[in-house]
Design a protein around this ligand. Structure first.
Ligand code: ATP
Ligand code: MG
Length: 472
C-alpha cells in the first residue's frame, strides 16, 4: 500500500471520527437541554397549579369542575391551542376540570402509576396519539394532596413538536455540514500532503542519481519556510559533511600510500644496486643497515596509521591512572638528550616541579616524545630546547620551547593535520610522515586537555600542552 493511500485512509478516518464525535455531541447536548427545558416547564406548571387548587376534599371536586375555574386556570397558565393543557383528575380517574385543549379523556393510569402518585411522587410519560399530535405529547402526572389526603392528580401535558422540529433541523444541518466539512478538510489535507509528497518524490529522485563521485552536488532547496525546506537543508548539510569525509579519506589513502611507497622504492633501489655486481661484505652490510632503517621507518608509519584508524573507530582505550608528570618528562628528556646531543641542540629540563595527574602514561609519553623530538629535529645548530611545567587554575601546562626554525603563520593551523609537513622539501632523515602532531592532539583531547602553539618563523616555537588537574 502506498504512503499516499495509507495517509488518506488515516486522514479520512480521523476526520470522520472528529466530525462524528462533535456532531453527536452537539445533537445529544441540544436534545438533552430541550428535554430538560420541557420537563422543568411541565413541573413548574404542575407545582403552580397544585398550589391554586389544593382545597379540602369536599370543596375540591366542586371548584375544579366549575367553568370559571377552568377559565382562571387557562388565563393563569397562559396555555393556548395545541401547546399544552392542564387537567385535574380525581383520585378515581374522573376528569374534574380541563383547559380547552387537546387530550380527552384522561390518560388511563395503572395501579402502579397511582401508587407512585399516592406516595407523593410525580412522573413523566410520552404518549403518541395520531389524531392529537404527530410529534407526541409529554405529560407530567403530579399528585394533589390536601394535608395527607390524596385528592387526585394533575395531568399537565405539552406538545413535543418543538423538540421534534429541532431534531429534524439538526439532522438536516448535519446532513449538509458533515459532507461539506469532510470535503473541504479532505481537499486541504490532500493539497498539503501532495505538496509535501511531491517534494519528497523529487528529493528521492535527485538522491537516486547521486553517486559517490558526485558528492559535490546539492539538492535545490524549496523557497517555503517549513519542515520540507529543513529536510532539504539537512540533506545538503549531510552531503557536505560526506563530501568532506570522503575527501579526507581519499587524501589520507593517497598520503599513506605515498609515504609507504617512498621507503619501498628506496629498498628496491638499494637491493638492485647491490645485486648488479659482486660486493664486499662491508658493502652488503651497509645496504642491509640502510634497508633496516627504511623498514623501521615503514613500521613506524604503519603503527601510527593503525593507531589513527583505531582512534577514528573509537577502539583505543585510554587507561588513566595517577602518574607523576615530572617523572615522565625527566625520564624522556634523559633518553632524548642523546638525540639532542647528536643534533647539537641543548635540552634543558631542570627543576621540574612535582606534579600528579590522571593520565595514560604510555600515550602521554608518545605525546611528549613527538613534541620534544620535533623541537630538536626542527632546530638549528647550537639551538636550545626548554621543557617546563607551569599551572593555571584548572590545568598543568607542559611547555616545550625551542629556538628552532619556527613555523610560518599560514602553516600553524595545519600542522595538526594528518601527513602535514611544513617543509616538504626537507631531507628525509629529519622529517617523519607528518602524523605525530595529529596523534598528539587526539591523545591530549582524550585526556580532556588541549594544545596551543606560538611560533615565530626563523626564531622558534613554543608548544603548550594543557592537562586538567586532579579533582581532589
Ligand atoms: N618545533 C617545531 N618547529 C618547527 N616546525 C615544527 C615543529 N614541530 C612541528 N613542526 C612542523 O609541523 C609538522 C608536523 O609535525 P608532526 O610531528 O606532526 O610530523 P613530523 O614530525 O614531520 O612526522 P612524525 O612526527 O610523524 O614523525 C612538521 O613536519 C614540521 O614541519
Ligand atoms: Mg613529529
Amino acid at each position: 500500500m502506498s504512503f499516499r493511500t495509507k495517509f488518506l485512509i488515516w486522514f479520512n478516518f480521523t476526520i470522520l471520527f472528529i466530525i462524528g464525535f462533535f456532531s453527536f455531541g452537539m445533537y445529544f447536548g441540544a436534545m438533552h437541554s430541550m428535554e430538560e427545558g420541557i420537563n422543568n416547564r411541565l413541573l413548574s406548571v404542575s407545582v403552580a397549579t397544585s398550589h391554586i387548587i389544593t382545597k379540602p376534599p369536599d370543596d375540591f371536586a366542586i371548584s375544579c369542575g366549575n367553568k370559571e375555574f377552568q377559565e382562571l386556570l387557562e388565563a393563569f397558565l397562559g396555555f393556548t391551542g395545541h401547546e399544552g393543557y392542564v387537567r385535574v383528575v380525581s383520585k378515581d380517574g374522573k376528569s374534574l376540570s380541563c383547559t380547552r385543549t387537546i387530550l380527552n379523556p384522561p390518560v388511563p393510569l395503572t395501579k402502579r402509576d397511582l401508587d407512585v402518585l399516592r406516595s407523593k411522587n410525580y412522573f413523566f410519560r410520552d404518549i403518541h396519539l395520531e389524531d392529537v399530535s404527530e410529534s407526541g405529547i409529554r405529560i407530567c402526572f403530579y399528585p394533589l394532596f390536601y394535608e395527607s389526603n390524596f385528592l387526585g392528580y394533575l395531568e399537565v401535558g405539552a406538545s413535543l413538536e418543538k423538540i421534534q422540529k429541532m431534531k429534524k433541523s439538526l439532522i438536516y444541518l448535519f446532513a449538509i455540514i458533515i459532507p461539506i466539512t469532510f470535503f473541504i478538510s479532505n481537499l486541504g489535507g490532500f493539497f498539503i500532503f501532495n505538496r509535501g509528497l511531491q517534494s519528497i518524490i523529487f528529493l528521492s529522485r535527485e538522491l537516486k542519481n547521486f553517486t559517490a563521485h558526485e558528492l559535490y552536488k546539492r539538492v535545490p532547496v524549496p523557497n517555503s519556510k517549513d519542515e520540507i525546506r529543513e529536510l532539504f537543508e539537512s540533506i545538503n548539510t549531510m552531503m557536505a559533511s560526506l563530501e568532506k569525509s570522503f575527501e579526507q579519506i581519499r587524501q589520507f589513502s593517497a598520503d599513506a600510500s605515498h609515504e609507504l611507497r617512498t621507503p619501498l622504492t628506496i629498498i628496491k633501489g638499494e637491493i638492485e644496486v647491490a645485486l648488479r655486481s659482486e660486493r664486499t661484505v662491508e658493502e652488503y652490510q651497509d645496504t642491509l643497515v640502510s634497508i633496516l632503517e627504511e623498514i623501521d621507518r615503514m613500521s613506524r608509519i604503519v603503527e601510527d596509521l593503525l593507531l589513527i584508524a583505531k582512534a577514528d573507530a573509537k577502539e583505543v582505550i585510554i587507561e588513566k591512572k595517577r602518574i607523576k608528570l615530572n617523572n615522565i618528562l625527566n625520564e624522556l628528556c634523559e633518553q632524548l638528550s642523546i638525540f639532542a646531543e647528536a643534533k647539537n641542540v641543548e635540552l634543558h629540563y631542570d627543576n621540574l616541579p612535582e606534579v600528579e595527574i590522571n593520565a595514560d602514561p604510555l600515550r602521554l609519553r608518545q605525546v611528549f616524545t613527538n613534541i620534544i623530538e620535533n623541537a630538536i629535529k626542527y632546530n638549528v645548530n647550537n639551538g636550545k630546547v626548554f621543557v617546563s611545567i607551569e599551572e593555571d587554575e584548572h590545568n598543568y601546562i607542559v611547555k616545550v620551547k625551542d629556538t628552532g626554525i619556527g613555523i610560518r603563520k599560514e602553516d600553524i593551523g595545519k600542522i595538526f593535520d594528518r601527513f602535514y609537513r611544513a617543509d616538504k622539501s626537507r631531507k628525509r632523515e629529519i622529517g617523519g610522515a607528518g602524523l605525530g602532531l595529529s596523534i598528539c592532539k587526539w591523545i591530549i583531547e582524550s585526556h580532556g586537555g588541549y594544545i596551543k602553539v606560538e611560533s615565530e618563523y626563523g626564531k622558534g616555537s613554543t608548544f603548550s600542552i594543557y592537562l586538567p588537574k586532579l579533582i581532589v
